[in-house]
Design a protein around this ligand. Sequence first.
Ligand code: ADP
Ligand code: MG
Length: 394
Amino acid sequence: MSDIKTIEGVDVRGKRVIVRVDFNVPIKDGAVGDDTRIRAALPTIEYLVNGGAKVILMSHLGRPAGEGFEEKFTLAPAAARLAELIDAPVAFAADTVGDDARAKAAELADGSVLVLENLRFDKREKKNDPAFCEELASLAELYVNDAFGTAHRAHASTAGIASLLPAYAGFLLAGEVETLSGMLDAPKRPFVAILGGSKVSDKVGVIDALIDKADTIIIGGGMCFTFLLAQGKAVGTSLKEEDWVERAGDMIEKAQAAGVKLLLPVDVVAADAFAEDANALTCSVDAIPADVMGLDIGPETEKLYADAIAEGSTVFWNGPMGVFEMKAFEHGTRAVAEAVAANKDAATIIGGGDSVAAVNKFSLADEMTFISTGGGASMELVEGKTLPGVAALR
Ligand code: ADP
Ligand code: MG
C-alpha cells in the first residue's frame, strides 16, 4: 500500500498543480463551521505554495443534485476560510471546468491558490466521466490527491484524472495510508482492536479483518448485544440484529480458533428509554431485565477493557462504547478513551466519524498517536479493500 509517490521532492515551481482536497465541511449561515478538514490539507497546500506552484484546489461539498449551482453547497465559504488560514488571498472560480475556472487557472501567479466551485454541481464527477476528467486535467500539468476521505470513491477527481496527468499523493493521504496499512501489515504486538458503534452489520468486514490481524478484540456499543444474543443471553430491548446473530456466533468461534482474545461486556448501563433523562440501572449481562435497553458498558467492563488496552503495543479504536452523545451514557466511551490515551507505549490509532468526535469531546485528541480523517475510507482500508483513489496513484 505504501508504494505511492508523494509530491515531496517534485519540482513544482511555475507549474499548475490541481489538487483534490476534502473541503466537505459543515456550512452554517454562509460560513465554515468546523474547519478540521481544511486544516488537514494545509501541509500539502503550503508545501506547494512555498514551492512556487500555481495551486488549483478542487473538492465536493455535501450532496448537490448534480444539475448545476446550488447556493447551499457552494465552496466559496471554504475558499474564504482557507484564505484566513494561510493568511494570503485565495481566488475562487464560479464554476469547475467552465470559462471562469479556465480563465482564473490561466492567470494564476506562482505560489498562489485558486479554489474551483463544487465538483458535484456537475453530475459527471461521480460518474468518473472521461470527458469531465479531460476537462479537469486540462487545467493543470500535475495532479495531487490529498482527499483521503473520498479515496474509496472512483470519481473523476479521485480516479479518472490520475491517468491523464503525472499523479502524486498529498501528505494527508499518504500519512493515512502509511499509518493504517502499517498497522495492519506489521503491528507492534500485542495488537488490541476496540470495536463499537451501533450495528454489527455496518462493521462485519472490519471485525472479520481484525480477527485475522489482532491479538485482542474488544467489543462494545450497540453491536455487543447481537454478540451477547449469540451467547444465548437475554438483552431486553437493546439494539439487536436478529439476522446477524449467527454471523456474530461464527466470529466468536473464529476468534477462539485463531487464539484471538475476544472480550464482551460483563455488565451494562441500561435504561427504560432512549433518552438523556431515562431511568438508568447497571446490571450484569446475565441479568438484563426484559424491559430495558443497554446504552453503555458498565463499570466492571470498563475495568476489564482498560486492563486489556493497557497491555497493547498497538491500539486501534473504532466505534463508541455507548450512546456517548448523552451525558448519562458517555461514561464507558470516556473510560475507554482515557485508557487509550494513557497507554503511552503504544501506537494509538482512532478511526471513524463518531469515535473521533468522542475523542474530541473528551479533549483527548492530542494524546493519541494518530486520528484518521477518513470515516468510510479508513474502514474500507482496514477491511483490506483497495481504495480506487489510492490505486489510481500507483
Ligand atoms: P463510528 O462513526 O466511529 O464508526 P458508528 O457510526 O458505528 O461509529 O456508531 C456510533 C453510534 O453508535 C453513536 O451515535 C452511538 O450513539 C451509537 N451507539 C453506541 N452504543 C449504542 C447502544 N448501546 N445503543 C444504541 N446506539 C449506540
Ligand atoms: Mg458513524
